[in-house]
Write a protein that binds this ligand. Structure first.
Ligand SMILES: *Cc1c(COP(=O)(O)O)cnc(C)c1O
Length: 393
């Protein structure tokens, strides 16, 4: 079985491009060109040069000695928190801004929920001197003001989505409407391995630099390229896709995906898509999503804004359905506790999204000599206020 996208963008039964006809030319232009462009030497050189000089790659693969001692297994941390802007998201936006330039686009649009993807997009637009419009729900604008300020400082225009629940899905609808109206000059930068084909595959390829590096870094440290497990938190699934990518077809490497259970999988307030999701279509892709019996998307909840998404990318739906990936749901409380533990054992304050991944030890037992690579997807600076409120610091 293959765990990569086929030509039509399907991972098993999931994926594809379920889009309004008016959007077809935009997606088709991208679909016809993305692989060819990415495989030119010119593109590869520019991409890797920027990842090195601007993002700060390769990020370290760090052996976490005290955390390993505590959990009685060998734990390595892939330090995506050390990327410029503080998380893995910039790997994708660097790739897509270069793609946009090759396609002759001079305007970028994006949608954002918590603002992290908006900031990563505004960053690369500033870098390239390209006009940037970020759609964001009116409610999210109010509750994520530091990221709104960052985007403005970087020169982006933040447009409020005022319809519906005034959150991420409404911002996405506005961005799609904009793209339909501006098919020639505008590229739409999607922030995770979601959306219509070719986005999930394109974003996974850009993020695959993560596992490309892990392979040689682990070889240097342990004499072998393959760990026993790779572990990542899953919102839409881009940091996870990047860590899994070069191990998808290596069955000896166990794949563990960690979702947000919010206040508990059965509490009605969660984002545990694999546990609760049913097959449906979201953002142009057939995948697992949380929905009511009559197909209305359920409002997700998680203490971490980056995991607060009602669906999951089609690659992950396929990993779940096929059994290739093991999915574990972690509550807010468990995540917060493990974030504190990582801070105090290793001196690294993780993003709350990332903290979920470190809470799996009660659910998954590892052998003492297992090598387990965790994707440390982002740093916790943006979450400091949530940590302060939670722990009364
Ligand atoms: C956005 C974000 C996530 C979730 O997005 P994925 O596409 O699932 O990776 C996870 N961790 C951090 C730090 C983020 O900013």
């Amino acid at each position: 079985m293959s765990y990569h996208a086929n030509e039509k963008g399907y991972y098993g039964e999931f994926g594809g491009a379920f889009i309004p006809e008016m959007l077809y030319p935009n997606c088709e232009e991208l679909r016809q060109n993305y692989v060819q462009i990415m495989e030119t030497d010119e593109f590869k050189n520019e991409f890797h040069q920027l990842l090195k000089d601007y993002v700060g790659r390769p990020t370290p693969l760090y052996f976490a000695e005290r955390l390993s001692e505590k959990h009685q297994t060998k734990i390595y941390l892939k330090r995506e928190d050390l990327c410029h802007t503080g998380a893995h998201k910039v790997n994708n936006t660097i790739g897509q801004i270069l793609m946009a330039k090759k396609l002759g686009k001079n305007r970028i649009i994006a949608e954002t929920g918590a603002g992290q993807h908006g900031v990563a997009t505004a960053t690369v637009c500033a870098l390239m001197g390209i006009q940037c419009v970020v759609y964001m729900g009116e409610i999210d604008i109010a509750r994520q003001s530091p990221n709104v300020a960052r985007m403005k400082m970087l020169g982006a225009e933040v447009r409020a989505a005022k319809s519906g629940s005034r959150t991420l899905k409404d911002a996405t609808n506005e961005a799609i409407r904009d793209w339909i109206n501006n098919p020639v000059d505008t590229h739409y930068i999607i922030g995770s391995v979601v959306g219509p084909h070719p986005y999930p595959d394109m974003v996974a390829r850009f993020q695959s630099v993560i596992s490309e590096e892990v392979k040689w870094q682990l070889k240097e440290k342990e004499g072998r390229e393959n760990p026993d497990y790779v572990v990542a938190c899953v919102g839409g699934g881009s940091n996870a896709a990047g860590l899994y990518y070069h191990y998808l077809d290596t069955p000896e490497v166990g794949i563990i995906a960690v979702e947000a259970a919010g206040k508990g999988v059965n509490s009605g307030e969660s984002a545990a898509t694999s546990a609760l999701g049913k097959v449906g279509i979201i953002h142009g892709s057939k995948t697992l999503l949380m929905q009511t019996d009559d197909g209305q998307i359920t409002e997700p909840y998680s203490i971490s804004a980056g995991l607060d998404y009602p669906g999951v990318g089609p690659m992950h739906a396929h990993l779940f359905k096929s059994g290739r990936g093991e999915f574990i749901s972690i509550t807010d409380d468990e995540a917060m506790t493990s974030g504190l533990e990582l801070s105090q054992l290793e001196g690294i304050i993780p993003a709350i999204e990332t903290s979920h991944a470190f809470a799996i030890f009660d659910y998954k037992k590892f052998e003492k000599d297992d090598i387990v690579v965790f994707n440390l997807s982002g740093r916790g600076d943006k979450d400091l206020n949530t940590y302060i409120d939670y722990f009364k610091l």
